[in-house]
Design a protein around this ligand. Structure first.
Ligand code: PLP
Length: 398
């Protein structure tokens, strides 16, 4: 093989969190063991039938067999703008302030190349979705981590960011409802973020794919509802979690036209857009019946309560999340997050995600996803209770 072929930026990449977990699951399954996974946040319920019908119809139309427009169908951009108006009261120009993405992860990764030059800093939540920091590093920048602490309701303390980081910072990443903590942010917080961004001239990227996944009657807000938000930032959004469309790969970024245009310029040079039939599905998702959102949230809320009920019975602390697809639970004393996740997988075949995978401040926690089918959920919870009995017996025998 050619010497030193692989670039440093690739060599320096940490393994993607879920790749290691998937490998461990595959090893267990290969041994014939049954594994119950509370791992990845990938909706188990299929995409609603009206949206699939939209795909079938669109697939038959030869117009959708050709290269799509990189910037997305005008009808899709209009449908996204109309949805933001209906849902959040946010006015968007479908020509300049809306850009469909090949899933929001793609745009989140690429936007670093628009604003981060080597040596620049991006302010990144810790714990947080790994792509904010990875995109920053790939573009030659440095993530400066903002601890999300329980004591602060998992909101970053913007006032405590050191001057040295602020001076070099070009972007601030935020994500509410939050992965992995399940925390939410209100408009008062987003108003403070806009003031902070103006004061320090830092652009905001709010990532909001879970805005429609919320419980106990709570309705998450959009960052763009904050006064002046569009002057300083954009919001990433996705069809993945709202309409159970993770497999179809479609999302969007909306907001500041300069930022949207910069991402469009990168993307038109790197990709050729989202398959048009999938864009048509997305239009159906936004304009068709919306009952699936309430129905899915009822299912997730029931699962959340069952998980928290079992965790509390076995002495594991977790607060009910108001939004997102996750329960963020404290690991029992004496374990690291990886140690606890490994123990559950080895002893009772249950997969949870170790909090350290989301950053240093995720240590001490594990994340349980609500996207586990009901039958597996029941088995998984039963096994968690079994784990407690087995470990209690072992401890008593010491
Ligand atoms: N942002 C957050 C916080 C996520 O948790 C995820 C997926 O889990 C994404 C973005 C990516 O979503 P997608 O690329 O499917 O739109």
């Amino acid at each position: 093989m050619i010497k030193d072929l692989v670039a440093k930026r690739v060599k320096n990449l940490p393994p993607y969190l879920f790749v290691g977990i998937s490998k461990k699951i595959a090893e267990k399954k290969a041994k014939g063991e049954e594994v119950m996974s509370f791992g990845i946040g990938d909706p188990d319920i299929p995409t609603p039938p009206n949206i699939i019908d939209g795909l079938f119809k669109a697939a038959l139309d030869p117009a959708n067999h050709r290269y799509p427009e990189s910037e997305g169908l005008p009808e899709l951009r209009r449908a996204i703008a109309d949805w933001y108006k209906r849902r959040f009261g946010v006015q968007l120009d479908a020509e300049t302030e809306v850009l469909p993405l090949i899933g929001s992860k793609e745009g989140i990764g690429h936007i670093a190349f628009c604003f981060i030059d080597p040596g620049d800093v991006a302010l990144v939540p810790d714990p947080g979705y790994p792509v904010y920091a990875i995109g920053t590093s790939l573009a030659g920048g440095h993530p400066h981590y903002l601890p999300l602490l329980e004591a602060n309701d998992y909101l970053p303390d913007l006032a405590s960011i050191p001057e040295t980081a602020l001076k070099k910072a070009k972007l601030l990443w935020l994500n509410y409802p939050n992965n992995p903590t399940g925390a939410v942010a209100d408009l008062a917080f987003f108003n403070k973020v806009v003031a902070f961004a103006r004061q320090h001239e830092i652009a905001v990227c709010h990532d909001g794919p879970y805005s429609e996944v919320a419980f106990d009657g709570y309705q998450p807000v959009s960052f763009l509802q904050a006064e002046g938000a569009k002057e300083v930032g954009v919001e990433f959004h996705s069809f993945s979690k709202t309409y159970n469309m993770t497999g179809w790969r479609i999302g969007m970024v909306v907001g500041n036209p300069v930022m949207v245009d910069a991402l469009k310029r990168i993307k038109t040079n790197l990709d050729s857009g989202i398959p048009q039939a999938i864009q048509r599905m997305a239009i159906e998702a936004l304009t068709g019946p919306q009952d699936c959102i309430r129905e899915h949230n009822e299912i997730y809320q029931r699962r959340r309560d069952m998980i928290i009920g079992t965790l509390s019975k076995i002495g594991i602390e977790a607060k009910p999340s108001k939004g997102s697809l996750y329960v963020w639970a404290k690991v029992p004393p004496g374990y690291t997050s990886i140690g606890f996740a490994d123990e559950l997988l080895d002893k009772v075949g249950v997969v949870v995600t170790p909090g350290i995978g989301y950053g240093e401040h995720g240590e001490g926690y594990v994340r349980l996803s609500l996207t586990i089918p009901d039958a597996d959920l029941m088995k998984g919870l039963h096994r968690l209770a079994e784990w407690r009995v087995v470990t209690s017996v072992a401890e008593a025998a010491k």
